[in-house]
Design a protein around this ligand. Structure first.
Ligand code: C5P
Length: 306
């Protein structure tokens, strides 16, 4: 995500589109003493968005308007992002965040993380604050392992617990993309917790080969080489996901669970093939099926004008 193009309106408001991500590769390398897992992942931003409005408040407070959110306000990452911003900057004012969700929650698509990054970027823009990239990354990583990725755009390699991000600068592979959300959520801590460390076979080579396929723009190789060490846990937990994956894989270059699930994405030769597959599968699979595309670094998902 970038603030380029985010337009602060005279009333002190920015409107932001926060994109989803998929993980084209996710290797779990081992468990760390701090309880997290050491991973190597290939993040790819995709054209499925939540919408946010971030506004200035005169008094020092955080207000969240999120009609689709069913939890305690403080558990929402947008609320936490606003708190961190106000705490770290020590500004006298406050923030109001209005959030309209389209990215399914608990789907391994990074919606909550993207929203949180959008609040940080939007708040900086509203208040005219320019923290260093390192400082922003530090705030973001306090919010969650996936949040730093959303401060950049396009694709990136994530290491550590996912928070150490190295953007990939070449053009994105051209292919069709379909994203299936089954209509139920999977908990990231539960999925990581169910991993059997003895079952991990860390091979750095498969990750290097995957990233090389991405860099070459070779969608066919990408489809063949995609992998996700968390996938089997998700598929074991919900047998119907395995059937959905089989259905999505038919005619695709590859299909895979994203992150810790529950969503599954599939790559196709082109957009038309993806749309045809979506037409075939809608009605056959419960939940929602959407076509999308990879976002490159050139995409600014800043603004919606007002
Ligand atoms: O960083 P985040 O808050 O998104 O992580 C949620 C949970 O997922 C962590 O508390 C941890 O249980 C698990 N996790 C992990 N290893 C990672 C990322 C997340 O074990 N690399």
């Amino acid at each position: 995500m970038t603030t380029k193009g985010m337009v602060p309106s005279p009333g002190g408001e920015v409107l932001i589109r926060a994109p989803a991500k998929i993980n084209l590769g996710l290797a779990v390398l081992g468990k760390r003493p701090d309880g997290y897992h050491e991973i190597e992942t290939l993040f790819q931003a995709v054209s499925l968005y939540d919408s946010l409005a971030v506004r200035r408040l005169k008094r020092k407070a955080v207000r969240l308007r999120a009609p689709d959110f069913r939890g305690r306000e403080r558990e929402n990452l947008c609320w936490q992002a606003a708190e961190i911003f106000l705490g770290e900057t020590g500004l006298p004012g406050g923030l109001e965040v209005e959030l309209a969700k389209r990215i399914p929650a608990g789907g391994g698509l990074g919606g909550g993380s993207s929203d949180a990054a959008a609040v940080l970027l939007g708040a900086c823009r509203l208040y005219g604050i320019r923290p260093s990239a390192m400082e922003m990354a530090r705030w973001a990583s306090r919010l969650g392992s996936d949040v730093p990725f959303f401060l950049s755009s396009g694709a990136a390699v994530g290491t550590g617990r996912g928070e150490v991000v190295e953007p990939l600068s070449s053009g994105v592979p051209r292919c069709g993309l379909l994203i299936y959300a089954p209509g139920f959520e999977l908990s990231t801590p539960e999925v990581y917790g169910a991993l059997d460390p003895a079952g991990l076979t860390p091979s750095r080579r498969r990750f290097t080969m995957l990233v090389n396929s991405w860099k070459k723009g070779d969608a066919e190789a990408l489809g063949k080489r995609m992998f996700n060490d968390l996938e089997e846990v998700a598929l074991k937990r919900f047998g119907e996901l395995r059937d959905a994956k089989t259905a999505l894989a038919s005619g695709a270059l590859g299909a895979m669970v994203s992150g810790s699930g529950s969503s599954i994405f599939a790559l196709y030769d082109d957009g038309a093939t993806a749309r045809a597959a979506a037409g075939r599968l809608r009605g056959r699979l419960p939940g929602t099926i959407r076509t999308a595309h990879f976002l490159s670094q050139r995409h600014h998902w800043g603004v919606v004008k007002r």
